[in-house]
Ligand binder design. Structure first.
Ligand SMILES: [Zn+2]
Length: 242
């Protein structure tokens, strides 16, 4: 596992950095760490060791969305850390519990990507605007219906899950990147993902940390480029469909 530290509050843990890079993040708080996402199966020991090496316990496990590569080590981590809070959006909590249907008011696209059912139940479900210590929960649907991003109010770092990717080229979720197409393959509704990307851009993040790929420390120019690119791709899709 590759460990990269950004400033005082953020540690990126990258599993399988060469083949299929999946990031989890430790966010430092006064009482210990908030872990964001849990990675692929078998990530538990490495995540626990990373927290220990950085001198604090994991107090909370926050999930950006219910895809396998973000939740697969949740049950094992919960077994190791039974007192840690478990937090996910109310919408994706239903996927985590095994439901696979869309609501009547949601775009009736196909749910894509590998959703994984977990035994662990959230201790609290999140609504947009909720605070998790220094982090504010931001709705970022599109990749999944209940996808959330987390904005650190101290330094304006944005931990955006799969709302963006940087592996294979910076992209809004749903824009095809041939060198790493998996986030696009797993995206439920690309126009919704683009609207979320624009809303996240309005926060003017100082840093963009995502599920797949490197952290961007001067993120606004590449985010603007990715948004323009996503808008162009969607226009072309509409033209092809017509
Ligand atoms: Zn995903």
């Amino acid at each position: 596992m590759k460990i990269t530290t950004f400033g005082a509050n953020l540690i990126q843990l990258t599993l399988y950095p060469v083949v299929f890079p999946v990031n989890c993040y430790l966010v430092r708080e006064d009482d210990g760490f908030t872990l964001i996402d849990t990675g692929l199966p078998g990530s538990t020991a490495a995540i626990l060791a990373a927290a220990q090496a950085h001198g604090a316990p994991i107090r909370r496990i926050v999930l950006t969305h219910a895809h396998m590569d973000h939740v697969a080590s949740l049950d094992a981590l919960h077994a190791a850390l039974p007192a840690a809070e478990v937090l996910i959006s109310a919408r994706d909590a239903r996927f985590l519990g095994g439901e696979r249907s869309l609501d009547a008011d949601e775009t009736q696209g196909k749910l894509r990507g590998a959703y994984q059912t977990c035994k662990t139940k959230p201790t609290r479900t999140l609504a947009p605007g909720d605070r998790i210590e220094s982090l504010e929960a931001i709705a970022a649907p599109g990749h999944t219906p209940g996808h959330m991003a987390f904005f650190d109010m101290r330094d304006h770092a944005l931990i955006a899950g799969d709302a963006f990717q940087t592996r294979g080229g910076v992209a809004v979720s749903g824009t095809w990147r041939p060198l790493f197409p998996f986030p696009a393959m797993g995206t439920w509704h690309a126009p919704t993902a683009l609207a979320s990307a624009r809303a996240l851009r309005e926060l003017k993040p100082s840093l963009l940390a995502i599920g797949h790929g490197v952290v961007l420390t001067d993120p606004l120019p590449p985010i603007d480029q990715a948004i323009a690119d996503a808008a162009q791709h969607l226009k072309e899709d509409v033209a092809h469909a017509a």
